[in-house]
Every structure is written in structure tokens, then in C-alpha cells.
Design a protein around this ligand. Structure first.
Ligand SMILES: [Zn+2]
Length: 211
């Protein structure tokens, strides 16, 4: 439907009205500032909205999403978000959340060219090569994709821990990083990694002097 965007505008009016009815001071409070405790790095997939699946509300989560939830060390957008969240907002947790059945991860395992996204997904192809033996021993295709989804989450959490800003906050113990994966089939989140095991998995060559 060509005018289907009107549905969103109507939904917004209804939502704003409901907020005011429930709590007349709601927007006055929102205007003042934001103090989120969490930075969420997730997939752009429309079925995995951070606030909805965690029962959070506006103001709770600072959000960055891209295709297949990647942390790429030359991505100025991602790096700006991480630095701002850690240094200025002083978030206590960074949650890197992937999801089973991820189209980005699935595409990275194939040979179809889509455009710019092929360059983006090349980062996952590189991971695939490193874990090829384990992955190719999984005969079921869906199970193989889901295993790469998990490996990708853990690798991206490691990438976060390779940045100086995250290393510094981890050293001061003001920050924790978490690797999660969301299950589309039951709506539940599984915890894959915590700060300590991730730090041990990062090679010392990536460690910076942070003083
Ligand atoms: Zn995805």
C-alpha cells in the first residue's frame, strides 16, 4: 500500500496520547536528559528491536544496529557510538546481541552478490574461514548457520574488547560486555559470553597501554 506509512504516523499519535494519559509528566522528563545504563549493538533485522524484546522503555538503552551486528574497527559510526556511550553516557553494560536465522550471516555463507553489503559481510566470511572445520562438520544447514551466528557474536564481542575505550573502562571495572543471541522461534535470549571469558580470548597483541 502506497500510503502505508500513515499507519506509523497514526500509531505515533495514539502512543503519545497514551503516554500522556498514563503519566502527564512523561515527555517533560524525557526532554531533560538521557541516562541509559546499556549500549545495545544488534542486527538491523526488523524482528529484533532492542526495547521490545527486553521489556525496556525509552531512555533505557542507547542503540546501534547494523546488518549482522558487526564491530568493525574502521567503522566510524560504530566507534563514535561506543566511545560516546562509554565516555559520556557512562553506560555500565555493552550488549552485543545477534539472532538465530540471521539473514546477513546466512548470506555470508553463500556466493550470491547483493551489492555493497557483500563488502560488509566479508567480515563474516573471514570468520567462517577460521572456523571452517567446525562449521563444515555440521551437516544440517540451519544448525550450521546458527552456529556461525553464535561464533559471530563472540568474535564481535572480542572486537569490542580490542578497542582502547572499552579496554580502559574494563580495567577500571566500570563496564561489562555481554554476548547474547536472540531466538526468533521462542523469543528468548541466550547468554553466550561474559566479560571475563571474552578478555581471556583476546590475544595480548591487541592490548593497549591505557594509563
Ligand atoms: Zn540479522
Amino acid at each position: 500500500m502506497i500510503n502505508s506509512y500513515n499507519k506509523l504516523l497514526a500509531g505515533n499519535k495514539k502512543w503519545a496520547g497514551e503516554q500522556i494519559a498514563k503519566d502527564p509528566e512523561y515527555f517533560a522528563r524525557m526532554v531533560l536528559s538521557q541516562k541509559p545504563e546499556y549500549l545495545w549493538i544488534g542486527c538491523s533485522d526488523s524482528r529484533v528491536p532492542a526495547e521490545t524484546i527486553t521489556g525496556a522503555t525509552p531512555g533505557d538503552i542507547f542503540v546501534h544496529r547494523n546488518i549482522a551486528n558487526l564491530v568493525v574497527h574502521t567503522d566510524l559510526n560504530l566507534l563514535s557510538v561506543v566511545e560516546f556511550a562509554v565516555k559520556v553516557l557512562k553506560v555500565k553494560h555493552i550488549i552485543l546481541c545477534g539472532h538465530y536465522g540471521c539473514g546477513g550471516v546466512k548470506s555470508s555463507m553463500g556466493n550470491t552478490a547483493y551489492g555493497y553489503v557483500d563488502n560488509w559481510l566479508r567480515h563474516i566470511k573471514e570468520i567462517y574461514v577460521r572456523y571452517a572445520e567446525e562449521l563444515e562438520n555440521i551437516k544440517d544447514e540451519e544448525a550450521r548457520i546458527d552456529r556461525l551466528v553464535e561464533i559471530n557474536v563472540m568474535e564481535q564481542v572480542k572486537n569490542l574488547c580490542k578497542t582502547k575505550v572499552v579496554q580502559k573502562a574494563l580495567e577500571k571495572k566500570t563496564l561489562q560486555v555481554h554476548g547474547w543471541v536472540y531466538g526468533m522461534q521462542d523469543g528468548l535470549i541466550k547468554e553466550l559470553s561474559h566479560t571475563e571469558d571474552t578478555l581471556q580470548a583476546v590475544h595480548p597483541i591487541f592490548k593497549y597501554n591505557t594509563e
